[in-house]
Design a protein around this ligand. Structure first.
Ligand SMILES: NC(=O)c1ccc[n+]([C@@H]2O[C@H](COP(=O)([O-])OP(=O)(O)OC[C@H]3O[C@@H](n4cnc5c(N)ncnc54)[C@H](O)[C@@H]3O)[C@@H](O)[C@H]2O)c1
Ligand SMILES: [Zn+2]
Length: 436
């Protein structure tokens, strides 16, 4: 077994120190919002985004005025992307069936799907105005039938971004707030004098946003841990270094802390990709962030076999996993831990991010071990019900229940069963004893 790091990223201890600082910042900020409401939110918005208007909520007139600044082409492109996201989300929703079934004679069990009643969708926008994130959370919540959808996004370069606001509006947001970071997440979850709290928070964001959602989980629901973008390219010598380097940098540009990892069994491809990345960083306009990510978090891992590559890939459980090999289907069958797969050299992560229709809000920091990405089902709660229809069923299941309760010593529980066994089955069970 030979797995060699031709390039490694930051140490685990350095990453843990970053996490500790983020955790403390978020704790203090959420406590402040909880104590001082709108005043704290306004102070943070002024401090972090230099933006504190009379109202963070946009009026319909403001929304219309922003949309009017877009070109017909921009509007058409946003609507095209939303049509793709809606189409796939609707098919996924249709795959979720209510059930009602007679499991024993006279015993009926069922479940029904009920949308979360109020959600807060975070649309990131610190470094880039992430139009696509509006489709992913707000539109998907709309398809799920969520009755109250509120949405927040930070100002971009000091003011609301027209394309993001248009996408939020077209996707079906009922309230739009120009508010970012911990202050947006805290205000939506905890509520303030001007924002009624929601039941669930969804959407991706930077480390502060993801940590704020994590800390609020329990008080509200969250979709998943969707922090700074990660990407992995699994490639063999069926593809070239330029393609691999382009795909790694394409996601490393998200921020200064976006891991991009190449896993390969080809030394020539590994070395070629390292060289291509240096060449492209010299001409990529977003190289400032992409280069920082690559320097601190980029990795090139050389393996002997596809089995080793699979093992490494499952272990890292990257948010995006691009597979460009002579056996892509084998990876589709064998990968178990990841956010989403992108199969074959024609496929790429930017398609998934922006337009193709699958959801781009995906698990990071190895959360792919226990959850997939955001999808319509995350907005749906599955609630069960039961009904006992006949006297015989009440007595038959009741006798089991009575005895099982008494094994555990739950006499009051047993009596819930016993009273039915007496009434519907005619059994003569002394109070506080098990049925025979
Ligand atoms: N996992 C996913 O599915 C996924 C999808 C898309 C984007 N993303 C990630 O979303 C992130 C977007 O990040 P972004 O920063 O551009 O936008 P963002 O909207 O997530 O965060 C901007 C906010 O961060 C806050 N902030 C900035 N510096 C701060 C500080 N020092 N202390 C407290 N708060 C601070 C500000 O309030 C600002 O409004 C990227 O990391 C990207 O990789 C993840
Ligand atoms: Zn991306």
């Amino acid at each position: 077994m030979a797995i060699t790091y031709l390039k490694s990223g930051r140490s685990d201890s350095a990453r843990a120190e970053d996490d500790r600082r983020t955790r403390e910042t978020v704790e203090a900020a959420l406590a402040d919002i909880s104590a001082r409401g709108d005043i704290a939110v306004r102070e943070m918005a002024a401090k972090f985004d230099g933006y504190a208007p009379d109202s963070f909520r946009l009026s319909q007139d403001q929304i219309d005025a922003l949309i009017a600044t877009l070109t017909p082409r921009e509007i058409e492109d946003i609507r095209f992307a939303q049509a793709q996201v809606r189409r796939f989300a609707q098919i996924q929703r249709d795959s979720m069936k209510d059930v009602e079934v007679e499991t024993l004679p006279g015993v009926v069990l069922g479940h029904k799907h009920i949308p979360v009643q109020a959600v807060g969708c975070y649309v990131p926008g610190g470094k880039f105005p992430m139009v696509a994130s509006a489709h992913m959370s707000i539109l998907t919540a709309s398809v799920a039938g969520v009755p109250r959808i509120i949405a927040a996004t930070p100002p971009f370069q000091g003011k609301p971004n027209a394309a993001v606001i248009a996408a939020m509006h077209f996707a079906g947001a009922h309230e739009i707030y120009v508010l970012g970071g911990i202050q947006a997440i805290g205000a939506m979850a905890l509520g303030t004098e001007t924002i009624a709290p929601v039941d669930m928070l969804v959407g991706p964001g930077n480390a502060f946003v993801a940590e704020a959602k994590r800390q609020l989980f329990g008080r509200v629901g969250i979709d998943l841990f969707a922090g700074p973008t990660e990407t992995m390219v699994i490639a063999d010598d069926t593809v070239d270094a330029e393609l691999c380097a382009t795909d790694l940098l394409g996601q490393a540009e998200h921020g200064y802390n976006s891991p991009a990892v190449l896993v390969t069994n080809s030394r020539a491809l590994a070395e070629g990709t390292l060289a291509e990345i240096e060449r492209l960083l010299a001409i990529l306009p977003t190289a400032v962030t992409a280069a920082a990510s690559w320097r601190d978090y980029g990795e090139v891992i050389l393996c002997d076999t596809h089995e080793e590559m699979l093992q490494v890939a499952n272990e890292i459980a990257s948010e995006h996993v691009q597979v460009m090999t002579d056996r892509d289907d084998w990876y589709l069958d064998s990968m178990v831990d990841y956010g989403a797969l992108f199969l074959g050299p024609r496929t790429h992560v930017a398609n998934g991010d922006k337009v193709i229709g699958t959801n781009h809000t995906l698990p990071t920091r190895r959360a792919g071990r226990y959850t997939g990405g955001l999808w319509v089902g995350k907005f749906i709660k599955t609630h069960t019900y039961q009904r006992v229809l006949t006297d015989d069923a009440a007595a038959d299941i009741g006798r089991y229940c009575s005895r099982l309760c008494m094994i555990e010593g739950f006499v009051g529980h047993a009596e819930q069963a016993n009273i039915r066994v007496r009434r519907y089955g005619g059994d003569n069970i002394p109070y506080g004893e098990a049925a025979q």
